[in-house]
Design a protein around this ligand. Structure first.
Ligand SMILES: *Cc1c(COP(=O)(O)O)cnc(C)c1O
Length: 494
């Protein structure tokens, strides 16, 4: 077998040409018209490779990638579900793609219908009155939602309200967004049921008038439903705060429960997790923000509206401002709309049911060998705390790496931060019983290996293109260019 581990720069052969531009077409451009300061002195330092070299190189790299189309991908809090190909096909159609946001609006009414209809369906699903599709990601949505909360308090003269309560199980983006928004975090501990302790919350907000609100994920990041949610919302509202729902992973609730009915005033939804956009590697994303009617004036500009059968764009002076170049990630919105219309109202409720059933199936099948720190039914994901049998010093990292040898993606590990050996598994509703059983079998096999042949785990992975990476080095001393790489190799070998 040929090893294709070379960098494209290492395939370079002097004077090899990949593609030549026809001379005649470019004769009219006179480079000497450009000011000298803009001209290169040397040729760019690019690899000299043929078209076929390039094609093989990138095709072989892509084959080393692992995605939901290669195998099971139970990455908790990320919702790596299968996204039906029909959504991709439609989003790829030139009728949708060949549009420009600066076209006169009467020529793009169809695109605005996509935005508008999706806004309305998200309102219906969430029980909130208005949505903006402008934010580009979940964390972006969080920031926008918090800016709305801030603006709401300021509009009432409550400039001192700048504290946001966040449980310790929350996604790391939550406290980060609060700080970026210029507010402060009050962190509260989860109780032994993995949920918000209502009495402790009561104590925390009592005699304070600086509570701006609370950010809550429900089901929370331990996969548990906050069953005291109505009490929690009431406490925060009585303290003069607003309730923010981190709805990045909406799978478990779809068609069953609405965040608006739980007392949430603001929320974001990750279209790229719950509503069918393949994600990973940083994009593309979309984090629509929804609000109650009372807050709708603060939504960012521009807003997509409808009058009679016409769609138009509106800007408001009350808005927190403009937060994206146009209206948000159009093709991600389009995929979400197709996904929702394909399922329809009747079928959407099965998403949450199957996501929950699958997670509980795994939970019950693994709880005899993996430590379950929180008992009781979970929602769409389940968190273990390493193996019950801790002999041989086998860590969660070893288990995750061994899974790669069995051809499966590892779950999320060491998150949430509440347990030292956290393994967070989210199977999603799109996996079959056979796939779940296969995963369960492998996890049991790994538990036996941990006891009998622990080196198999400590040496893993052995069947991937590279073995264990030095994650600290990779984070501390990043290598971004081929030159840096050569310098690094040079230093390492001398
Ligand atoms: C993924 C996620 C986010 C952040 O979303 P991004 O699109 O990655 O910015 C926030 N909260 C929760 C619970 C998430 O799972």
């Amino acid at each position: 077998m040929i090893e294709y581990n070379k960098l494209i720069f290492e395939l370079s052969i002097e004077d090899r040409i990949g593609y030549s531009l026809p001379d005649t077409k470019f004769n009219n451009y006179n480079i000497s018209d450009l000011d000298e300061v803009f001209l290169r002195v040397d040729n760019p330092d690019l690899p000299e490779v043929s078209e076929l070299d390039v094609l093989r190189h990138f095709t072989n790299i892509s084959n080393k990638n692992f995605g939901v189309e290669n195998g099971f991908y139970p990455l908790g809090s990320c919702t790596m579900k299968y996204n039906p190909k029909i959504n991709e096909e439609i989003a790829n159609s030139r009728n949708f793609k060949r549009l420009h946001p600066l076209q006169p609006i009467f020529t793009t009414q169809g695109a605005f219908k996509v935005y508008y209809d999706l806004q309305k369906i998200l309102s219906e699903i969430s029980g909130l009155s208005e949505f903006s599709l402008n934010p580009y990601a979940g964390a972006h949505g969080e920031l926008i939602g918090l800016m709305i909360i801030k603006k709401y308090h300021e509009s009432r003269g409550d400039f001192h309200k700048n504290k946001i309560i966040i449980p310790d199980s929350a996604h790391g983006t939550n406290p980060a967004s609060v700080v970026v928004c210029g507010m402060e975090v009050i962190e509260i501990e989860s109780n032994e049921r993995g949920r918000v302790d209502v009495d402790f919350l009561k104590e925390t907000v009592s005699n304070r008038d600086d509570i701006a609100g609370m950010m809550l994920t429900n089901p929370n990041t331990l996969g548990m439903f906050e069953d005291d949610i109505c009490k929690i919302s009431k406490l925060i509202h009585e303290a003069g705060g607003l309730m923010y729902n981190d709805g990045a992973n909406l799978n478990a609730l779809l068609g069953k429960v609405r965040p608006g009915d739980m007392g949430f005033d603001v929320m974001h939804i990750n279209l790229h997790k719950t509503f069918s956009t393949p994600h990973g590697g940083g994009g593309p994303g979309s984090g629509p923000v929804g609000v109650t009617e009372e807050l709708s004036d603060f939504l960012p500009n521009p807003r997509v509206k409808k009058m009679d059968d016409n769609f138009y764009v509106e800007n408001s002076d009350e808005a927190i401002g403009q937060i994206s170049s146009f209206y948000g990630n159009y093709l991600v919105s389009l995929r979400a709309l197709i996904y929702l219309l394909t399922l329809g109202k009747e079928n959407i409720k099965y998403v949450g049911r199957y996501a929950t059933l699958n997670a509980n199936y795994i939970k019950n099948a693994l709880k005899t060998v993996y430590e379950l720190p929180i008992s009781g039914n979970c929602m769409h994901e389940v968190v273990f705390n390493g193996l019950i049998n801790k002999e041989n010093d086998v860590k969660t990292l070893d288990i995750a790496k061994r899974l790669l040898d069995y051809g499966m993606h590892a779950p999320t590990i060491y998150f949430p931060l509440l347990f030292s050996q956290a393994i967070m598994i989210e199977p999603t509703e799109t996996e079959s019983l056979q796939t779940l059983d296969e995963f369960i079998n492998i996890m049991h096999k790994i538990a036996i290996e941990a006891k009998e042949t622990p080196d198999k785990l400590k040496d893993a992975p052995t069947r991937t293109p590279i073995r264990r990476t030095d994650e600290v080095f990779a984070a501390k001393q990043m290598i971004f260019s081929y030159k840096d790489y050569l310098n690094y190799i040079d230093k390492r070998d001398n």
